[in-house]
Design a protein around this ligand. Structure first.
Ligand SMILES: C[S@@+](CC[C@H](N)C(=O)[O-])C[C@H]1O[C@@H](n2cnc3c(N)ncnc32)[C@H](O)[C@@H]1O
Length: 302
């Protein structure tokens, strides 16, 4: 499998990650390993001995990263797990503290481009959207079994979808006739539930918000992120940093508030290094269009 993924905001990640000799770093969203590879190359150039613990909950990502990074595989510990289990992962490797953590949230280009995974409304596939293929609940189960109110709430809360109620109602109507099994069927339902001016007048595809909402619900993305940040900074050494790149306002809000709360509650212990989020330059966007909506924030343990 191919991960054609130019790492997002790479220069800023390289600038802010406090690489140092004998440093141990965590890439909590390893994906194809693009960021990890660049970080390790920078260590090499600086003559630093560094190690990265590369975590991904998607087994296909771990397999791809192992292949992509085989020349530097001795510097990476590959872990197939959720980054929310960081404390347990570190304990199992007998590692007490680390020097930096990176999260590059969301789906990888591979996950999006691989129709079988069901993340994309651009191609027809089974409604799956699980990042961890061992997880129990798929998007199809949510669409076919959640009640109307719960569906509408998810579309509204996680997708900021203004036709959430109409779409949920239409889903209930349709699934009474036959189970909704595919991404194409769901797109058809969203189309039928929304007015033409909404579908044609927007910069983004009319199914974007519902698909985002389902993906967030399937993978429990916001809750995992919210709980992770305070726990993760506990595992940082002095001068260690947590770097988070997010892709929509719901994630960025969580990162911004949790970082600010940590700094306000413990000003002697934490400093937010990015009062405003770092965003992509025109060159970044040219190299990787996905970076257009990326926001990066950094907190340091002082
Ligand atoms: C945008 S990609 C990362 C790309 C990577 N930075 C690179 O340069 O190739 C995000 C990856 O994070 C993984 N992921 C998302 N949430 C996760 C979680 N809670 N725990 C572990 N992995 C997660 C996804 O499976 C996906 O492979």
């Amino acid at each position: 499998m191919e991960f054609n993924h130019q790492p997002v905001l790479l220069n800023k990640v390289l600038e802010y990650m406090p690489l140092k000799n004998n440093g141990i770093f965590v890439d909590g969203t390893l994906g194809g390993g693009g960021h990890s590879e660049a970080l390790l190359r920078k260590c090499q150039i600086s003559n630093f001995k560094c190690q990265i613990i590369g975590i991904d909950q998607d087994l296909e990502a771990i397999i791809a990263a192992k292949k992509n990074l085989k020349k530097i595989a001795d510097k990476i510990i590959f872990v197939h797990d959720n980054y929310s289990n960081l404390a347990e992962i570190l304990a199992s490797k007998k590692i007490d503290k680390i020097d930096g953590i990176l999260l590059d949230l969301g789906v990888s280009s591979y996950q999006l481009d691989n129709p079988e995974r069901g993340f994309s409304f651009q191609s027809d596939a089974s409604l799956d959207m699980r990042m961890n293929q061992n997880a129990e609940e798929t998007a199809g189960e949510i669409v076919n079994y959640y009640d109307e109110k719960k569906l509408a709430d998810i579309f509204y809360k996680f997708g900021e979808e203004k036709y959430s109620r109409q779409i949920a109602k239409k889903i209930i109507e349709e699934r009474k006739k036959t189970a909704i099994k595919t991404t194409a069927k769901l797109v058809e339902i969203i189309k039928a539930a929304t007015p033409p001016k909404y579908r044609f007048g927007s910069r983004i595809h009319f199914a974007t918000r519902v698909f985002q909402a389902l993906r967030i619900e399937v993978n429990n993305e916001l809750q995992v992120l919210e709980q992770f940040i305070p726990a993760a900074v506990e595992s940082l050494n002095k001068n260690g940093r947590l770097i988070i790149i997010s892709f929509h306002s719901l994630e960025d809000r969580i990162v911004k508030h949790t970082f600010r709360n940590l700094e306000n509650a413990h000003p002697e212990e934490f400093k937010v290094l990015t009062k405003k989020p770092l965003i992509a330059t025109d060159d970044d966007v040219r190299e990787n269009p996905r970076s257009r909506s990326a926001k990066m924030r950094v907190i340091e343990k002082i």
